[in-house]
Design a protein around this ligand. Structure first.
Ligand SMILES: [Zn+2]
Length: 655
């Protein structure tokens, strides 16, 4: 626990976040290369430095040709060799630009779009719901008929983070659009294309039309809408415009029986525009997309122009991240699990895994007991919930069988080619799974050296990568109360995702189905409504609020996650009282540990983007969920009239 970072001048009941983190917030500057900063970022910086040492050693070493370590080293070296990248100029991208310039028919356009499809989205697990390609593919267990891998087609194609950036006419968005148009023009100019201003205007006009067809984040990320499976043969009828035969052929999907249209209205709308908009606009658009996508591995002028918009304007960062940091990310993009294995060997001993495993089991047991104790829930609903909990799979640290990269060619002198080949390799691996039986194990959608955690609502598994299971988040040597409040609440959060507003719609097998008794479901939904209203009342910017509906799943996971972590901590004491330490009771340290995990500072553009697109509320409001916990009122003597006070009947109890 960081007692020096607290502000004891703030009443816990007025702002628990301010009490736990006020001095830290006053004394902390967001690093110039970051758009936000806090506990997660601090740990991410540490993981990046450790990973740097590993990939640099791999780049300098003499690992056998073809070995994962050699590939990691060569990938990193290819990115770090700025002189070679500068010398090549635009040459690596020219074949792609030539293919785009030569487009003269709809069929060719459709084939080019199909050839560009990649497995770069994930609708439910990781929050990666956007792609700059017209569509993105996600391959995962079939939510309608679990047991086989199915393909999901998601909307994409925008250069700005969300449809609102194109369509809302507030001064801030108008300003961003103006800067975006200028950025597109400069990128096209750098790429040597004629009439860049006219082309940029056409790109923005086309993207605005694409944006109108897009579903918003709420529709995309919630299960309230239908996500129908369409036979491939029916796409031409259901979504006319695209030459789907050419598209699927080029995408290597022609033999597949069906795909799920995640946002069916958007698939129809985007397909229509393929036919309705002039080829000239599509050529300009695709040329810009290709240049923008390649920018990180192009000469410095492209890197800087890309940062000036995507960094400065969209996130508020003041300085480009150092090249080695981007190099570590590059190696991770290409060979994530291979980099992660190096990390695990060096920084994740079996004892850490065993300690984390024990903590998870404890908190799962607390959740199970909590389900038993719900006075309002019918026995049949309880039985279903307990069955689901008992089949929850837990991944800790890293995959037991990391991905095999032997089929991926990595060249030390070809950063652009490496990136292209890696994305295609990933895509083909995913497509190869379509129709195959789903193995009964967790799928590692996150790399081991990522500071994050996740839940797959339909896979019914939770993941805790190695890098989040280290101090200060998780320290088996430290005060258990703080450990349980911090990483314990994160673990509880991930468990509860299986029972949040989305997770609760999938049964133990991963099928999208209603396993609830009607009165129980009504009660669960009413609690969700109350929690959504509580969060929608938070307004961190004068013109932007937290979206209580969009963030509901995360807020349910927080409110119940902290409750089961507290239960888990109490169970771990085995009836013994917790000692007072540093002037705080065990309960107080538990809640302070929780609130300190969520310390985060944002730059304005990043906060705006978070509010619009992120299913997580900003850290300050996540910490405020303690106002729903009776134990927090007791621990800090919170009284009526204090800002966070809620009368007992207003406190939201979901599980
Ligand atoms: Zn979550």
């Amino acid at each position: 626990m960081d007692t020096a970072g607290m502000d004891r001048g703030v009443k816990p009941g007025d702002s628990f976040y301010g009490f736990a983190n006020g001095t830290w917030a006053k004394q902390t500057e967001i690093p110039a290369d970051r758009s936000s900063y806090g506990m997660f970022a601090r740990l991410s910086e540490l993981a990046a430095q450790r990973t740097r040492a590993l990939v640099e050693a791999a780049a300098a070493g003499q690992a056998a040709a073809g070995s994962p370590e050699r590939k990691v080293g060569d990938a990193y070296a290819s990115f770090m060799d700025e002189a070679a990248i500068e010398a090549k100029g635009l040459a690596p991208l020219q074949p792609e630009l030539a293919r785009i310039a030569a487009l003269s028919t709809r069929r060719q356009l459709s084939a080019l779009l199909g050839a560009g499809l990649r497995a770069d989205v994930n609708a439910l697990n990781t929050g990666d719901v956007s792609t700059d390609r017209l569509f993105g593919l996600w391959v995962t267990d079939d939510i309608h008929r679990p047991g086989r891998y199915a393909g999901y087609l998601l909307q994409g194609g925008l250069g700005l983070p969300d449809r609102d950036y194109y369509l809302v006419d507030s001064p801030r968005y108008v300003e961003v659009r103006g800067k975006y148009r200028a950025h597109v023009e400069r990128m096209l100019q750098l790429a040597g294309l004629s009439e860049p201003a006219a082309r940029a205007a056409r790109v923005l006009a086309l993207e605005t039309k694409l944006a109108r067809e897009h579903w918003d984040q709420l529709r995309t990320q919630k299960m309230d809408e239908e996500h129908p499976s369409w036979a491939l043969a029916d796409f031409a009828r259901k979504a006319p415009g695209m030459d789907w035969g050419a598209y699927f052929e080029a995408a290597g999907l022609a033999g597949q029986p069906a795909l799920v249209a995640w946002q069916p209205g958007a698939v129809t709308g985007l397909s229509r525009l393929v036919a309705a908009e002039p080829l000239e606009a599509w050529r300009d658009y695709l040329a810009f997309r290709a240049v923008a996508r390649a920018a990180p591995v192009l000469p410095k002028a492209f890197v800087e122009e890309s940062f000036s918009f995507n960094g400065r304007v969209l996130s508020g960062a003041q300085a480009q991240r150092e090249r080695w940091k981007r190099g570590v990310d590059f190696a991770t993009t290409l060979l994530g699990e291979a980099v992660g294995e190096l990390y695990v060997q060096r920084h994740f001993p079996p004892e850490a895994k065993a300690a984390a495993d024990a903590m998870v089991r404890h908190i799962v047991a607390a959740m199970d007991a909590r389900i038993d104790g719900l006075a309002w829930m019918a026995p049949s609903t309880k039985a279903k919930a307990k069955e689901k909990l008992s089949t929850l799979k837990v991944g800790i640290g890293h995959a037991e069988r990391p991905r095999d990269f032997s089929g991926l060619e990595v060249r030390r002198d070809d950063a652009y080619g490496n990136l292209e080949r890696a994305h295609l390799f990933e895509y083909r691996q995913e497509v190869a799974q379509l129709g195959a039986p789903v193995a009964d194990r967790v799928e590692w959608d996150m790399v081991p050296h990522l500071v994050n955690a996740m839940n797959s609502p339909h896979g019914n598994y939770i993941l805790f990568p190695a890098a989040i299971l280290q101090p200060p988040f998780f320290d088996p040597q430290a005060d258990p109360a703080v450990n349980y409040g911090g990483i314990g609440s994160v673990i509880g959060h991930e468990i509860v995702h299986s029972f949040d507003d989305t997770g609760a719609q999938f049964d133990a097998s991963g099928k999208l189905t209603n396993w609830w008794q009607p009165e129980d479901l009504a009660r669960f939904r009413a609690a969700g409504k109350a929690l959504a209203a509580q969060y929608s009342a938070y307004a961190p910017l004068p013109d932007a609020r937290v979206n209580g509906e969009l963030t509901l799943g995360e807020n349910i996971a927080d409110v119940a996650g902290v409750a089961i972590a507290l239960d888990g901590w109490r169970r771990s004491l085995g009836g013994a009282p917790a000692p007072a330490l540093e002037g705080f009771s065990g309960e107080q340290r538990f809640f302070l540990g929780f609130a300190q995990v969520w310390r985060t500072k944002y730059r304005e553009p990043a906060l705006r983007r978070t509010l619009l697109t992120d299913p997580h509320a900003p850290g300050e409001f996540r910490a405020a969920t303690v106002r729903n916990q009776d134990a927090w009122y007791e621990a800090f003597g919170v009284q009526p009239g204090e800002a966070l006070f809620l009368a007992p009947e207003q406190r939201v109890r979901v599980w």
